[in-house]
Ligand binder design. Structure first.
Ligand SMILES: [Zn+2]
Length: 340
């Protein structure tokens, strides 16, 4: 049996009342994630950003068609589908056509793929597909931990979650690489994707945050999901084994800016909604900190010394305690690798 079939057999949507009007983030206390509507005019074409439990997700929806970008942590695929039903009255699995896109391979953006593979096409960059397959044991570990945590929770949100992932232990044990693997890969680094009346532009600009980053842009709504090429006011996660390149990242962000005008709504991989200023701020951080790392290596400073040096100019950036050492340490290692 393929993993996709195993996953599909074990997943069924619980019955949830359909009659809910258009969403705002505050009028859906029953959803698992916070959904913020992005459409300017409330027209038939909607985009909503979902925050919580991993990278930011984005749903584009028009008529009976939908595109979901990024699927958060394992084992939350079913919960995203449940939210779409609860918040938008939209059943992804009974839509005229739906598509899931992964912006890159990291498990906090692909962990919910198990809820969609085998039911809805899942599209990613070719290199993401390889890396997703290779890390399936990580999804199993994360899912087992999340189920244990949910089972122990006593607050309202925790109980709600417990109900939705209850009994998934067996399913998690059966997961294999195919459970998460994208079923389609990008045909080229510049691709237009059509799902019914929804048209999206996908762009891969080379190595950056990883070696498989994809940005997704809707020209009609002027909404862009950067994946983790943008951490907005959050220390950017550096993953050298995943293909990180500081110059590539800066280049990818500069190319992304070319897709945007002053009104573009930008959904970052992590952090709040922003506009071009968010991208420019991260370019500045990457430029300044990678230069600092090169200078430190040249001056013979140790890695430990370097990552301890305060960065008061980024005092308001989130995740300073755990990502900042990874950002700076990764940049130091990169600089060292390029130093003869
Ligand atoms: Zn990432």
């Amino acid at each position: 049996m393929t993993a996709a079939a195993a996953g599909a057999a074990a997943i069924s949507l619980p019955r949830i009342a359909l009659a809910r009007p258009a969403v705002t983030s505050s009028d859906n206390p029953g959803t698992n994630f916070i959904w913020t509507p992005l459409s300017r005019d409330g027209a038939a074409f909607r985009a909503s950003m979902g925050t919580g439990d991993g990278g930011n997700s984005l749903i584009f929806r028009k008529e009976g068609f939908a595109v979901l970008i990024d699927t958060k942590n394992a084992p939350l695929g079913r919960l995203i589908a449940n939210d779409a039903l609860l918040a938008f009255g939209f059943n992804i699995f009974e839509s005229d056509q739906a598509l899931v896109i992964n912006t890159h391979h990291h498990a906090d953006h692909t962990g919910g793929n198990h809820g969609f593979v085998g039911k809805v096409p899942v599209l990613a960059h070719k290199k993401a597909a390889e890396r997703i397959r290779a890390q399936f044991e990580n999804y199993k570990k994360a899912a087992a931990a999340a189920i244990r945590q949910a089972n122990a929770s006593t607050d309202e949100a925790g109980k709600r979650r417990k109900n939705q992932i209850m009994g998934m232990e067996k399913e998690v044990e059966s997961w294999v690489a195919d459970t998460f693997a994208p079923t389609q890969v990008m045909e080229s680094d510049r691709q237009e994707v059509k799902v019914g009346p929804i048209t999206l532009l996908l762009r891969h600009f080379g190595a950056g945050h990883t070696d498989n980053d994809v940005v997704v842009y809707s020209p009609e709504l002027n909404v862009l999901h950067t994946g983790d090429l943008l951490f907005n006011k959050v220390w950017p996660y550096v993953d050298r084994a995943g293909g990180f390149s500081s110059t590539g990242w800066i280049n990818s962000l500069s190319r992304t800016l070319e897709l945007c005008d002053k009104d573009t709504i930008i959904v970052p991989g992590h952090g709040d909604l922003t506009n071009r200023s968010g991208i420019r701020a991260l370019i500045d951080l990457l430029l300044s900190q990678s230069q600092r790392a090169r200078d430190a290596v040249k001056a013979g400073q140790s890695r430990e010394e370097f990552i301890k040096i305060p960065t008061p100019e980024y005092a308001e950036y989130a995740a300073a305690d755990w990502i900042r050492p990874i950002t700076l340490g990764g940049m130091y290692d990169e600089a060292k690798a390029f130093t003869p």
